[in-house]
Design a binder for this molecule. Structure first.
Ligand code: GLN
Length: 244
């Protein structure tokens, strides 16, 4: 009989939308197309030993300044950097999680804030203003969900956007470039200036980031896609997990 492979997916549980991600991950598993021998288990991560048990990680939305302070106090920042940039394990950051995964951030708190890095981008924090200016926008995420996919109703709450892709920002990427996977036309659907909209979904190798919060909807599609990416990495031997 083929050995089962168990993929342990952690959600960084220092602050923010942890339970929401865990719920949607559990809901997503029944839709994931992967061999029967691959199974998922989900867990909260608060310590370095817990992180070491994980094959992949989600960094939720919340408040990146708080998350960075707590991660520093718990001695988690360097293990997180190692997980993302040395071990190259799959990581997805939503909103504050995207800020944490960017190499650089603008509009940081006074004196700056610590980040994990991994994405060669500079994010602009709070691009659309305060919590009161939160909005939902239908995004075309064809490159993730398939060309004919219905728009994804994305929730933006004090969201960052990628304001610039930075070549050689310092992240060690084994030649992977930053791919832009989603654009947002803003709250009113009107793009300012010449562009096609703000960059709100990016991937670079093992690191994926979204400005918005799929975990605050009941739309499992992005979670399913991401879990399938993780399963593919296991299938192709890029990610080695425990077998039982
Ligand atoms: N503006 C917040 C930050 O920079 C992110 C907000 C969110 O995650 N909803 O951390």
């Amino acid at each position: 009989m083929t050995k089962a492979q168990i993929i342990t997916v952690g959600v960084l549980a220092l602050q923010g939308g942890v339970v929401e991600h865990l719920n949607l991950l559990r809901k997503a598993t029944s839709h994931v197309q992967s061999p029967d021998s691959i199974r998922f288990t989900f867990t909260e991560v608060r310590t370095a030993p817990q992180l070491a048990q994980c094959d992949a990680l989600i960094i939720p939305g919340g408040e990146s300044t708080t998350m960075a302070i707590v991660a520093r106090r718990l001695g988690l920042l360097d293990p997180l950097r190692e997980f993302v940039k040395v071990q190259h394990k799959p990581v997805w950051g939503t909103c504050a999680g995207l800020v944490m995964l960017a190499e650089q951030a603008a509009a940081t708190k006074q004196g700056g804030q610590e980040q994990i890095g991994g994405l060669d981008v500079r994010v602009l924090r709070n691009r659309y203003g305060t919590q009161m200016q939160s909005f939902v926008a239908g995004l075309d995420l064809g490159s993730i969900l398939g060309e004919d996919a219905a728009p994804f109703r994305a929730v933006f709450i004090r969201a960052p956007v990628v304001e610039e892709v930075i070549a050689e920002a310092g992240s060690q990427k084994q030649g992977h470039r930053v791919e832009v996977l989603g654009l947002c036309r803003g709250p009113g659907g009107q793009v300012e200036g010449e562009g096609k909209g703000d960059i709100v979904a990016v991937r670079q190798g093992n690191v994926f980031g979204t400005s918005f919060h799929p975990e605050l909807t009941d739309d499992v599609r992005i979670h399913v896609w991401w879990l399938e990416q993780v399963a593919d990495a296991v299938r192709h031997g890029k990610l080695v997990v425990e077998g039982v």
